[in-house]
Design a binder for this molecule. Structure first.
Ligand code: SIN
Length: 525
């Protein structure tokens, strides 16, 4: 059997960028619980933000990112990612990546919320994620092994505490063990733990829960971005209506045709996301229906083919120019704490893409910065692994999990509804405590042996872990900042919380809370 150097869990843009850069040097295996193309990246409508325009600069993009993130980021981390991102995107442009162009051949750069200049590259209008995934898949050769339909449910460590492989659960209940010198989590975010979300159903925070169970530190879990405009279908979401639609001129209006962002923020419809989401949420709570008025957008159907298709499927009459919208969970700013190449706090375990907390996004992600982050960290980690791979054979594994298998006595849909209601756009101590009590009453622990459970029971259990971590962090942060809004603490509290992160980790089978000033905690490197 061929020895695996690197296992990559997940198949979004960060995973594929890493795999294609490693394939000449190391033996790589990609494991995904569904199919290769089931990822948040594949769904991404918004594009890739990069300062490649004539009037743009790394410094300006850095400034916008810091502002959207409420300066809850170390500036050097942001600047370095954007600078690397510009280089990578320039390379991709030269390499013929299918970015949209204007009729004169110039790149068509789009505008999105909280950007001070048009800098978003799109492909196929609103199909950037799909085009980028296909572009990266095209560059993968047959040496990269792809395992589909197996759910990683345990990270395996050796006697020295180094991560040295994974266990997977198959649909028929059987288990496989894959040893490797390095394990990379690229499993995406946790949007799917909320009932209204824009994410792929697979993005339920698995990687965060697995890393936490194995002892890695997680950071900033309370910062969740709610996208202002999901297609609203009587309380359910029909999918994302990209911010690019507002960037192209669409307006947010109520039933009387009045613009709801006037007087709320100088950037109106293109204000930072949490501000627009909060405003729409407030209007909806007072019984109003909010619409995107798309009549100012020329050639809507040609510019936004997948949104057009989605609206048609749900019988929204686009010729009337109004799309009903409501906010929903979109992006997880927090995640597995990493350094500038993707090392976690556990030797041999790495995290890239949305599952990681790299310090780029701060308290709220600037639109379209996530595909950029995936490209940058995929490349950085590849360079790091190529130079540091010691080909150490995996040693004897140590299992920390013990106790009786958990009994899953609730269903995931109930947990998601409760997350939306109690840990949603606007939080407060009473609701957060109610949710935490409900989670605690499920009688589950962070250590139990998952071997006997089915894939779907494991999924529900991992959602319970992630939900606990988000709720716990949201309860601790007694202020409002970026994607964390508390009605009982409505203001930023710089004295207590400025540039202060909440780290969660498991110690002696219990949840331990540590405070971190600006990514200062020691990372394994
Ligand atoms: C959008 O198209 O509005 C989403 C883009 C993003 O979240 O980066």
């Amino acid at each position: 059997m061929i020895k695996t150097d690197v296992i990559i869990v997940g198949s979004g843009i960060a995973a594929l960028q890493l795999a294609r850069q490693l394939q000449e040097h190391l033996n790589v295996m990609i494991i995904t619980k569904k199919k290769l193309r089931d990822s948040n990246s594949y769904l991404a409508q918004g594009g890739i933000a990069a300062p490649v325009g004539k009037w743009d600069k790394v410094e300006l993009h850095t400034k916008d990112t810091l502002k959207a993130g409420c300066h809850h980021q170390p500036e050097h981390i942001v600047k370095n990612v954007i600078s690397d991102g510009k280089r990578i995107v320039d390379y991709m442009i030269g390499d013929g990546a299918p970015f949209d162009r204007k009729s004169d051949g110039e790149l068509a750069l789009g505008m999105e919320g909280a950007h001070s200049i048009a800098r978003i590259l799109h492909s196929g209008g609103d199909q950037t994620g799909r085009f980028m995934v296909e572009y990266l898949l095209n560059a993968l050769d047959e040496k990269t092994r792809i395992v589909e339909g197996e759910m990683v449910f345990e990270l395996v460590k050796n006697i020295r505490g180094k991560c040295c492989g994974v266990k997977t659960k198959l649909v028929d209940g059987s288990i496989n063990y894959y040893p490797a010198s390095h394990v990379v989590l690229a499993t995406g975010g946790a949007g799917a733990v909320y009932s209204v979300n824009s994410n792929a159903p697979t993005a339920a925070g698995d990687g965060m829960a697995l890393a936490f169970r194995t002892g890695a530190a997680l950071s900033d879990m309370e910062f969740i971005q709610f996208h202002p405009t999901l297609l609203s279908l009587r309380g359910e979401s029909g999918g994302l209506i990209s911010e690019a639609v507002r960037g192209a001129g669409a307006l947010l209006i109520n039933e009387r045709g009045e613009r709801i962002m006037e007087g709320v923020h100088p950037q109106l419809e293109l204000a930072p996301r949490h501000i627009v989401a909060e405003r729409i949420n407030g209007e909806r709570l007072s019984g109003k229906t909010i619409y995107l008025d798309i009549s100012p957008v020329k050639d809507f159907e040609a510019k936004f083919p997948s949104i057009t298709k989605m609206c048609k499927i749900h019988q929204i009459p686009l010729d009337e120019g109004k799309i009903p919208v409501s906010p929903g969970c979109h992006f997880t700013m927090g995640g597995i704490l990493t350094d500038e190449v993707g090392n976690s706090t556990i030797e041999g375990l790495y995290a890239i893409g949305e599952v990681a907390c790299t310090g780029l996004h701060g308290a709220n992600r600037l639109a379209s910065n996530s595909l950029l982050e995936g490209l940058v960290f995929g490349e950085r980690l590849a360079k790091h692994l190529i130079t540091s791979n010691k080909n150490a054979p995996p040693e004897i594994m140590e299992s920390e999990q013990c106790g009786n298998p958990p009994e899953i006595n609730f269903n995931g849909a109930e947990l998601k509804e409760r997350m939306m209601r109690d840990v949603g756009i606007i939080r407060n101590e009473k609701n957060l405590t109610r949710h935490l009590n409900w989670l605690n009453a499920r009688s589950l622990s962070f250590n139990t042996d998952l071997d006997p459970l089915s894939q779907s029971e494991i999924q529900t259990y991992l959602m319970w872990v992630v939900s606990t971590l988000i709720t716990q962090s949201a309860l601790i942060r007694t202020e409002s900042r970026g994607g964390h809004i508390r009605s009982d603490y409505p203001l930023e509290n710089d004295e207590e919380w400025f540039k202060r992160s909440i780290l969660l980790m498991k110690e002696n089978h219990q949840l331990k809370v540590v405070y971190d000033e600006q990514h200062q905690i020691e990372i394994y490197a």
